[in-house]
Ligand binder design. Sequence first.
Ligand SMILES: Nc1ncnc2c1ncn2[C@@H]1O[C@H](COP(=O)(O)OP(=O)(O)OP(=O)(O)O)[C@@H](O)[C@H]1O
Ligand SMILES: [Mg+2]
Length: 250
Amino acid sequence: MRKIVITSGKGGVGKTTVTASLGRRLADMGFKVVLADADVGLNNLDVVTGVESRVVYDIGDVIAGKCTVFQALVPDHESGARILPSAGGGIEMSAQAFRGVMDSVTDCDFLLIDCPAGIENGFHRAVSAATEAVVVTTPSASAIRDADRVLTLLSAYRLEDVSLVVNRVRPDMVARGEMMEAADIARLLGTPAIGVIPEDDCVTLYQQLGRVPSFALSERAFELLADNVACRTKKCAELRAGRRRRRRWL
Ligand SMILES: Nc1ncnc2c1ncn2[C@@H]1O[C@H](COP(=O)(O)OP(=O)(O)OP(=O)(O)O)[C@@H](O)[C@H]1O
Ligand SMILES: [Mg+2]
């Protein structure tokens, strides 16, 4: 089983979005997938995957011995991925206890761990339970700088692989030279990019409806990301601005 933590330096860059979308696509490809929320207190993976109303137990209950990890898993009916919700808050969860729960997840090909923002306890808890990491950043200077800090921290962990996802890319701005290309960000951070996700209103819509529609701009980008993860490849497909329709003057 591959245990991949989805992390970032800066908050709000798309960790939960990437965890949910990547997990669903891997499940669509036929893999057995569990998505675990490591964000105690500000957990929202259950909301983003649309399973919130069916949550009975959470990781806190598993640690307290109230249920098994399998009783806490909530299936996403559309893709077959299963979500392990985090505790809503007010509980202490050590890295060791969290790792114990992650290690008890069996019968799955991919365990994706949605890391909380920041580099405090939650970060250590999530990363120490994983064997691989995906760092999400946006093309903004502050997000890139924070990603750099996190990559330095990650080097202290024994991870088999660390790669990058550049989220919220505006190909039109890249084309005008107003936004950095994903390949340049990857070079700057010394980490290969395995996903380049465009800014897409459908992503926000999906968080309310539970699924990105197939016509969404980001759909193909998430597919390529899932392919890279499944095949352990590092193909970085730069997004290109759509060709403008040539105006015909009559
Ligand atoms: N590619 C995208 N296009 C448009 N909106 C996006 C995209 N990716 C993420 N968003 C939006 O950005 C917001 C933050 O995303 P998300 O919750 O996934 O970030 P996060 O890194 O998990 O945040 P936190 O650090 O608080 O856990 C959400 O409202 C989401 O809909
Ligand atoms: Mg999040």
